[in-house]
Design a protein around this ligand. Structure first.
Ligand SMILES: Cc1cc2nc3c(=O)[nH]c(=O)nc-3n(C[C@H](O)[C@H](O)[C@H](O)COP(=O)(O)OP(=O)(O)OC[C@H]3O[C@@H](n4cnc5c(N)ncnc54)[C@H](O)[C@@H]3O)c2cc1C
Length: 422
């Protein structure tokens, strides 16, 4: 029996497409607001992406204050103003607590379930939706969302058609498509007249022109500074940890930097400061001291005191020297080159790793065409958007899930209110 005939008599007020963080929140809030809600998820289970968040522990939100939150959103943060103020991190944690999943705050205000199990977050929403009477339909993939006289026709892959007064599109982005986020929502938005801004990966490793990072694959540098400059404008400057990989660079600093990179990678100068606690002058003094103390040794024995042993030979090469170079034969110019590279080693970024490997999608449904106070389309009344499908993304630390929850809650409540009036 086709889905269409099975549900022919069911006409919910609100259909939510996508059972991820944004969709489950939207469905729950719409049901709590009194709407008959149906949630359609194409996978065999809900929240597949949630299972892999926070390395399986799910960093559900960040307990920072609201202004700090907006600083973690590189683009379109104003669009999120109403959503985040109406449903912030405390609302997320009290909702999860109420649904049987208490949370705890860790370093950097990151919030996790006390159980350290991402699956408990999805389980909480499942329970909540069941108790609120949401009809959850798994293995149900939506193909098209078409406007009709008194609402929308939601066409399914199996040929069935459902109808509702309001539809919430919460289909996610394009990253980690094996979790179900294959970009279907962008097509739904376009079919309803919306623009979709260019889609690329954010929070992802960067590919590098130079060959040497590959030689250091697996090596991570702690307490370093990565900065990026575009012309005279500083676009990034942070202290932390980075990692060399087979394609270039990754690790926390680089992942965050990726969300600040413009489309034209070539226009950006990225540099690595391995001695962020010292000025250029102090680095040179330190080198002079090390050279005096090791005057009869080779360069490698000094470099080992300044960086991980594996990096020494590669670094010497970048300074045009051999690691075997006797210290007493190093010229003043060569010492200056060592100091310069310690403070500002250039990394020529050529691009990002593919969007499939990104933590989040940059770009999406153009936010100018969506009302920030309801998440409703300004072009197709009754159509709502929530979560990663929108052109909003943030740094790591629980901010992306908070965006999904805040926009999901607002879209769900607004969709219920719209359906009640329609
Ligand atoms: C490895 C990894 C780790 C992460 N860790 C964190 C973290 O710890 N903290 C944090 O804040 N963020 C984290 N993120 C980002 C965060 O997971 C996402 O931003 C968030 O899950 C987006 O939620 P969403 O509901 O918008 O989309 P999704 O979670 O992608 O949900 C979309 C749902 O829609 C369904 N769907 C799609 N198309 C259709 C269709 N046609 N019909 C029916 N259903 C459809 C999909 O199957 C999917 O279940 C992480 C991301 C990754 C990839």
């Amino acid at each position: 029996m086709s889905t269409g005939s099975m549900w022919a008599k069911t006409r919910p007020d609100v259909i939510v497409v996508g059972g991820g963080a944004a969709g489950m929140m939207a469905a729950l809030q719409a049901a709590w607001a009194g709407a008959q809600v149906m949630l359609l998820e194409k996978n065999e289970k809900l929240g597949k992406k949630i299972y892999i968040t926070g390395k399986g522990r799910c960093n559900v939100t960040n307990a920072c204050d609201t202004e700090d939150f907006f600083r973690q959103v590189p683009r379109n943060s104003k669009f999120l103003n109403a959503a985040v103020r109406q449903f912030g991190h405390e609302d997320v944690t009290s909702l999860l607590e109420m649904l049987g999943t208490p949370t705890k705050v860790e370093r950097g205000n990151r919030v996790f379930p006390v159980s350290d199990k991402a699956s408990d977050v999805t389980r909480a929403f499942s329970r909540g939706m069941r108790d609120a009477g949401v009809q959850v339909k798994l293995d149900t993939s939506v193909r098209q969302i078409l406007r009709e006289e008194d609402g929308f026709a939601v066409k399914l892959e199996d040929g069935g058609v459902l109808h509702a007064k309001a539809v919430v599109v919460a289909t996610g982005g394009l990253s980690y498509p094996s979790t179900g986020s294959t970009g279907d929502g962008y097509a739904f938005a376009k079919e309803n007249g919306h623009a979709v801004t260019p889609l690329t990966g954010s929070l992802v490793g960067l590919t590098i022109d130079e060959k040497w990072p590959k030689l250091l694959m697996g090596l991570s540098l702690k307490n370093v500074r990565v900065s990026a400059q575009m012309g005279r404008k500083k676009i990034y400057d942070e202290l932390g940890e980075m990692l060399f990989t087979h394609f270039g660079v990754s690790g926390p600093l680089i992942i965050e930097l990726s969300s600040h990179m413009p489309e034209d990678f070539g226009a950006v100068q990225v540099s690595l400061d391995m001695k962020p606690g010292l000025s250029g002058e102090q680095v040179d003094l330190r080198l002079q001291r090390e050279f005096q103390e090791n005057v009869r040794k080779q360069l490698s024995s000094v470099l080992v005191a300044l960086m991980p042993a594996r990096m020494g030979p590669v670094f010497a090469g970048l300074c045009g020297l051999s690691p075997e170079q006797p210290i007493n034969q190093i010229t003043r110019e060569q010492r200056a080159a060592i100091a310069k590279n310690l403070k500002a080693l250039p990394l020529r970024v050529t691009g990002t790793r593919p969007i499939e490997e990104a933590i989040v999608t940059r770009g999406g449904v153009e936010v100018k065409e969506v009302s920030p106070s309801t998440m409703m389309s300004k072009l197709a009344p009754g159509l709502f958007f929530a979560g990663e499908v929108l052109d909003v993304d943030a740094h790591t630390g629980g901010f992306n899930l908070q965006i999904a929850f805040s926009t999901g809650a607002l879209a769900g409540k607004s969709a219920a209110a719209y359906a009640a009036e329609a």
